[in-house]
Design a protein around this ligand. Sequence first.
Ligand code: ADE
Length: 272
Amino acid sequence: MWHASVFTLFPEMFPGPLGLSLAGKALREGRWGLEAIDIRSFATDRHRSVDDTPFGGGAGMVMRPDVVDAAVGATVAAGDPARPLICLTPRGRLLDQALVREIAAGPGCILVCGRYEGVDQRVIEARGMREVSVGDYVLSGGEPAALVLLDACVRLLPGVMGAAASAEEESHGEAGLLEYPHYTRPAEWQGRRVPEVLVSGHHAAVARWRRAEAERITRERRPDLWAKHGSRRPEPAADAACGEVLRRPEPAADAACGTAANTRLPRAAGAA
Ligand code: ADE
């Protein structure tokens, strides 16, 4: 069974949101396993200290190498060295879908959540930890990053999402594009119609429209992904056959599927 061991100073943060919805159901069904281990339980001094001031001065505290090493050592020694050992840190390499797929395809992972200024670099090196970041921003600790990484992996495990996880079409899927926009009933809402091609029943035209939208959105929002996508495909990316569906639709539908809709603030959470 795919198994995650998470080292943290806040074990009560787990499973957190992963105990709900499909990930939570899969956890209860034993499709994956999770243990959150309190790093503080490996502290040895009277005060159970896990951190200390940084050598060289500066703000914040650094997690002690001896305590983190003792915590990780207990789990690694007990079993599977095959699971990747990952330290969540804003200094790490960016988590992307390729890394998610790699971790999800293995036996699980061991995650170390840093707090404060982070973890002493010597234990990161001594244990051969991979340093991974979930984005170019700073969280108050590695725990929310660990939840993000686990969520992204767990949804790829067999039997967790069923057909809902489409490796080819979803954003960051095999095509290397962001996904096309989605619409459901009613076909007209607040004067906005869904793009006509989607109700045409013409499957090939729908497929072409979706491809063209995925390409347009990727080009507009993520030039970095678009450049990578282009270098992966030998032929020109734009599909000339999409003329019929690229024609600008009536204003309401246009606003609903174009960039204008994306500049609007989302409705308050829970308003759906
Ligand atoms: N800890 C603090 N910020 C983080 C980030 N962006 N990614 C991973 N771990 C973190």
